[in-house]
Ligand binder design. Structure first.
Ligand code: ZN
Ligand code: ZN
Length: 351
């Protein structure tokens, strides 16, 4: 049996490199040889035991690679073809998928999120891809692995927050938290035509990157109250769209307080515990506010659209890749990524 290295969740507090059999493609599936992947904030939640997965599961949901094996019935692809696969791998056939809610595939919340959640993920030398024909997205010539590394999750999620926020040309948009997803939401807001983008964080490197990716104003929340400042910048009205990219009561609440009546709060964060609505900011339920949540859009069509955007030259997300590690040193990469030190945004992992 051919064996490979894989980053495995062994129990709360520990993700370790282990030897596992190389997966094989069943009918409708493919096996992708991973050439580059990355670590996500969600993986850190898994590492800490805050999001439960089965011990023994391979972690990771952001694969870039080449097709190594095609299962029975998979047509239209070739062995050796370079592909991106989304973090969300919809079946393309169920009620949710056909209703265009691929992330909720199977009819239950988050059902489309399989890699590193319900099936082995891609922080490994090889990954088995379910529903291959719905999910393998060929990489256009001219785009490097590093250029497309943000497509599977970070770019898709951040852009999803901007798209689902319904940003119109000329809108004022505030993005709370400028981690990798918040930064992509900022970039997405610019592409959607917002005329004024306000980015909130406190890490100097992140605020500087927010400016590079399209923010017109940056607010360091440790120095300036972001709600007061956003209200000041909008003559007391509030932003047309606020995007929450952290997942805390405080940022959610600030998004609502900084939003104009009739505006949209687009939430990307993963919350834990309890989330409550301050009724004064919510106008007692009569403010015509819209609150919308987004789980990373997946599937090959989505990946293709994101890669089209990158190929157009309108955006270069290589800027977010601040550190590089071989798979053999992934535990070190986790420690750095989780500590948010050394200006880290995203780490590239190369098997
Ligand atoms: Zn992720
Ligand atoms: Zn489905």
């Amino acid at each position: 049996m051919q064996m490979m290295d894989a980053a495995v969740f062994t129990g709360p507090g520990r993700i370790a490199l282990e030897r596992k059999p190389v997966p094989q493609a069943g009918p409708g599936e493919a096996v992708v040889k991973v050439t580059m992947t990355t670590i996500c904030g969600t993986d850190v939640h898994i590492l800490k035991g805050e999001y439960p997965v089965q011990p023994g599961l391979t972690i990771g949901h952001e694969p870039v690679g080449v097709i190594a094996e095609l299962g029975a019935g998979v047509a239209g692809y070739e062995i050796g073809q370079r592909v991106v696969v989304g973090a969300i791998t919809p079946c393309g056939q169920c009620h949710s998928c056909l209703e265009a809610h691929q992330s909720q595939c199977g009819g239950h919340a988050m059902g489309g999120w399989r890699f590193g959640n319900t099936i082995d993920g891609c922080q490994a030398e090889y990954v088995r891809v379910p529903f291959a024909m719905a999910n393998l997205a060929p990489i256009p010539d001219g785009l490097s692995d590093e250029q497309v590394l943000m497509c599977p999750d970070i770019m898709s999620t951040g852009f999803g927050g901007a798209e689902n926020g319904g940003i119109r040309i000329g809108d004022t948009v505030a993005v709370f938290a400028q981690g990798p997803i918040g930064l992509c939401a900022t970039a997405g807001a610019r592409l959607r035509g917002a005329s004024r983008i306000i980015a909130v964080d406190t890490v100097p490197e992140r605020l500087a990157m927010a400016r590079t990716l399209g923010a017109d104003h940056v607010i360091d929340f440790r120095q300036t109250d972001p709600v007061d400042e956003i209200l000041r910048l909008t003559d007391g009205r509030g932003a047309d769209v606020t995007i929450e990219a952290l997942g805390t009561q405080q940022t959610f609440e600030s998004c609502l307080r900084a939003l104009r009546p009739g505006g949209t709060l687009s939430s990307l964060g993963v919350y834990s515990g309890k989330l409550s609505l301050p009724l004064d900011a919510f106008a007692a339920g009569l403010g015509d506010h819209k609150i919308i949540t987004t789980l990373c859009p997946g599937g090959k069509h989505r990946m293709q659209r994101l890669m089209n955007t990158l190929a157009s030259g309108r955006l270069d997300l290589r800027l977010l890749v601040t550190h590089r590690f071989p798979l053999a040193r992934i535990e070190e990469a986790y420690a750095l990524f989780a500590s948010q030190t050394d200006g880290v945004l995203k780490v590239a992992i190369v098997p």
